[in-house]
Each structure stands twice: as C-alpha cells, then as structure tokens.
Design a protein around this ligand. Structure first.
Ligand code: FES
Ligand code: FES
Length: 155
C-alpha cells in the first residue's frame, strides 16, 4: 500500500505492507533511526513522535494511518546548522540522559508538553513524562532538563 506523509517537513511517498508500523517505516524505509524501539507494545514511550502535532506511539500506529499527515521526529529538533534545540541542550546540561535510549521519546514528549504548557510546574512535568520509561537516570535529571528548557524558551 502507498502512504504519503511528511517527516520534519520533507514529503515521502512509501510503499509498505499494510501492517508495517510507522516506527518501522521511519527507521527501515526512511532511514530515520533517531526514533527508538523498546517494548514495541506501547508501554515504554521510546518511539514517541508527533503526528499532526499530537504525541503518538510510533510502534502502535501503522504507516498507512499516517497517510496525509505531518510527522515530527527527533531528527527535526536541531536547526539546519546543527544548533541543538533548547530541550536537547538542557538534557545534556542537566544530565537528563545516560545511555540515551529513551531520549528521543522523552524529547518529543517534552516538546509536546512545552507547546501546550509553556511553564509547567515540576509536578506537571512528572505527570506528563510518566508515560516514558527511563532505566538509567532516575528521572530527576529529566525533570530538571524540561524545567530548564521551559525557562530558556519562555524567560
Ligand atoms: S517501543 Fe513504542 S512504546 Fe515502547
Ligand atoms: S538514559 Fe538510558 S534509558 Fe533513559
């Protein structure tokens, strides 16, 4: 089946099996391996991308369901010249990552949160990020990072 969607502003026309997930299409058909796959059951959040601005588990969505949609992945966060997004900077500065496996999903979830709520309190950050699992950091650095990015984006 054919599906046509944009990823980070670039238009793609893919020919995929009906049951191919959006995550597999991104990673294997388009080579966008920044979106990670952990549980592949909608539990860990590592595969989180934005579809038409809404956070989505890319392991649970079929590629054909993205037909006509606009997808945002972690590859689109940094500027064209390589300058990191304030969220990426904050995750580095505040030790919001160790192995980095959960980080793409954390960043996209945080991006959605700060888009809807520019100045969330720590409790809201914890609540909104609670669907993303990190086995390394203990989460404090992640909350610190999202809080710091919010302040940077909305001084
Ligand atoms: S890989 Fe999609 S939620 Fe875990
Ligand atoms: S940094 Fe390793 S899983 Fe989060």
């Amino acid at each position: 089946m054919r599906a046509e969607f944009s990823v980070n502003g670039t238009r793609y026309d893919v020919d995929v099996e009906p049951r191919r997930t959006l995550a597999d299409a991104l990673r294997e058909d388009l080579g966008l391996t920044g979106t990670h796959l952990g549980c592949e059951h909608g539990v860990c959040g590592a595969c989180t991308v934005l579809v038409d601005g809404e956070p989505v588990r890319a392991c649970l969505m079929l590629a054909v369901q993205a037909d006509g949609c606009s997808v945002s992945t972690v590859e689109g966060l940094a500027a064209d010249d390589g300058t990191l997004h304030p969220l990426q900077e904050a995750f580095c500065a505040k030790h919001g990552l160790q192995c980095g496996f959960c980080t793409p999903g954390m960043l996209m979830t945080a991006l959605d949160l700060l888009d809807r709520e520019p100045a969330p309190c720590r409790e809201r950050i914890r609540e909104e990020m609670s669907g993303n699992i990190c086995r390394c950091t203990g989460y404090v650095g992640i909350v610190d990072a999202v809080e710091a990015a919010a302040q940077e984006l909305n001084p």
